[in-house]
Design a protein around this ligand. Structure first.
Ligand code: G6Q
Length: 552
């Protein structure tokens, strides 16, 4: 059954569900069903999800699951895991799941078994990470590496940066990791100002090895090395300080990188799905190859759950259909991710790319316009910071913004258990406040002792009461460790995949980012050379260029 047929078929049924649930308060749903929490919670790969605080009932959820099934989710999932070319605009398989598969079987894509290459690169990651961490890897002057700088952007940056920050406590005995992504020279200069070239190793990560920002920063890094180590331009010892990670090894070779310093991945790994590949080399250096393997193991466990659990007991599927429900019927244009964990501070940014680059589309796979909504805006900040910033809008704003609360049950260090409890209590409290709200009567009771005039009291009652009925998912991680984090990332990857299937999208291309890149090269040549053939820009762009050149 095609996705578009399924969607149009399910629309009226789900519209009826929406009409019923639109006016019901979740408090009443809980009152009617003492088993609601049990009914709407599940565990997968050590993660626990309570999704009972959502505006659903059994009929709505059943219909959403039927929608997912009728969209061809089962077949699409199998097609992804078995290397079919599901990225149809680029005619590529999508096999990030193979990168974390640690069993003995073959996985085929385009007529070839991808596993021997994956295993070979995995071993190279292990060997290199070990050599750097043990001090066996020496720089040009014989010094041990103390600092590793990853130069990459987008998918070649966000995953490793997010993971190394999240797993910092696992990084003892390893080098210090730094991440440079922006072409703004201040980022790299600020980092390099603190480092010693003799002890610094760069990883230049770029799938294409053509990305302007990354190659520009890599040139700057090489110059800094040559100058800092007093090397001539033709001195090849800089190579001891620069590794390449790419799907285009020849492009790296052409820029002088040594063959044994080039780590490979493949076209069938999307940039934003690549942290499991050699793009994860900085992770292995930071937390050790054993930790990296645990990260893969956690993801593999979530893959197994996603592949085998019935759709209605499938955590990524549940998260996906809830997102579709709010986006389509409650017109929720955004979705917020609220990790109650400072170490997961970069998770919202990581998920922003994962979700928005994958499903921020208005055409279906077949090139026709989407018939339903598609990907929402993803945003968030760690709790409790967000509470003192933007939660006001989530509680009382005009839009319905579904939230994901994320909490690690175990505190990282025994001496901070009390403070960790404060953190966790806040997450639970916010989810409760969003759902239950505060009635006018509660506010009136609180104001009973005050000496307000009746008019002032009425005004405050109106402002201080909260409607509640705002949905959230609550995810409990047993602890923030490599394995659990691997499962969490894979959970979100699969959620995004399921939503893409339901909406009929190709979640694995990103054509929308190309035009800006092309124009930037053209504009750069015009900025550098007045005589460069001017492309007819619009009047606003022309005027900006004149002003930025100092002429306006
Ligand atoms: C991710 C995107 C994008 C990509 C960057 C960097 O899925 O394709 O974010 O990762 O543009 O590309 P390179 O790795 O080729 O430098």
């Amino acid at each position: 059954m095609s996705a578009s047929f399924s969607n149009s078929h399910f629309l009226p049924v789900l519209q009826q569900d929406f009409a019923r649930l639109q006016t019901i308060h979740m408090r009443d749903l809980f009152a009617q069903d003492p088993l609601r929490v049990t009914r709407y919670s599940l565990s997968a790969a050590t993660l626990f999800l309570d999704y009972s605080k959502n505006r659903i009932d059994e009929a709505a959820l059943d219909h959403l699951i039927e929608l997912a099934a009728a969209s061809g989710l089962g077949a699409a999932r199998d097609a992804m895991f078995t290397g079919q070319p599901i990225n149809n605009t680029e005619d590529r398989a999508v096999l990030h799941t193979a990168l974390r598969y640690r069993g003995p079987d073959s996985i085929w894509a385009d007529g070839a078994d991808v596993m021997p290459g994956i295993r070979e690169q995995r071993q190279r990651i292990v060997d290199c990470a070990r050599a750097v961490r043990s001090g066996e890897w020496r720089g040009a002057t014989g010094q041990v590496i103390s600092d590793v700088v990853n130069i990459g952007i987008g998918g070649s940056d966000l995953g490793p940066a997010m993971v190394t920050q999240a797993l910092a406590p696992y990084g003892c005995n390893g080098p210090k990791l730094h991440f440079v992504s922006n072409v703004d020279p201040v980022q790299i200069s600020d980092i390099l100002a603190k480092l010693d070239p003799a002890c610094t190793l760069f990883i230049v990560a770029s799938k294409t090895f053509t990305t302007q920002e990354t190659l520009t920063n890599a040139v700057m890094a090489k110059r800094w090395l040559l100058a800092g180590l007093a090397m001539a331009e033709d001195d090849s010892r800089w190579q001891r300080h620069m590794l390449a990670v790419t799907a285009r090894p020849n492009a790296a070779k052409a820029l002088g990188y040594k063959e044994e310093h080039i780590f490979c991945f493949w076209d069938w790994v999307g940039g934003r799905y690549s942290l499991w590949s050699a793009v994860g080399l900085p992770i292995a250096m930071a937390i050790g190859p054993e930790g990296f393997d645990e990260l893969l193991a956690g993801a593999e466990e979530m893959d197994a759950h996603f592949r085998s659990a019935p759709l209605k007991d499938n955590m990524p599927v549940i998260l996906a259909v809830l997102g579709v429900w709010y986006r389509q019927f409650f017109n929720s244009q955004s979705h917020t991710v609220l990790p109650y964990s400072q170490r997961l501070a970069r998770l919202p940014a990581y998920l922003q790319q994962l979700d928005m680059e994958s499903n921020g589309k208005s055409l279906k796979k077949d090139g026709t316009a989407v018939s339903w909504a598609s990907g929402p805006v993803i945003w968030g900040e760690p709790g409790t910071n967000g509470q003192h910033a933007f939660y006001q809008l989530i509680h009382q704003g005009v839009d319905l913004i579904p939230c994901d609360f994320l909490v690690a049950r175990e505190c990282e260090s025994p001496e901070h258990v009390d403070q960790h409890q404060i953190l966790v209590a806040n997450a639970v409290a916010q989810a409760e406040a969003l759902m239950c709200g505060k009635s006018e009567q509660q506010v009136r009771d609180e104001l009973a002792e005050s000496s307000l005039s009746p008019a002032q009291e009425d005004l405050l009652v109106a402002h201080k009461s909260m409607p509640g009925n705002r949905p959230s998912n609550f995810l409990i991680l047993p602890r923030l460790c490599p394995k659990v984090l691997g499962s969490l990332i894979a959970l979100y990857e699969h959620k995004v995949f399921c939503q893409g299937v339901i909406w009929g999208l190709n979640s694995f291309d990103q054509w929308g980012v190309e035009l800006g890149k092309q124009l930037a090269s053209q504009i750069l040549s015009e900025m550098r050379d007045d005589t460069a053939t001017a492309v007819p820009h619009d009047p606003s762009t022309n005027a900006l260029l004149v002003r930025l050149r100092g002429g306006g």
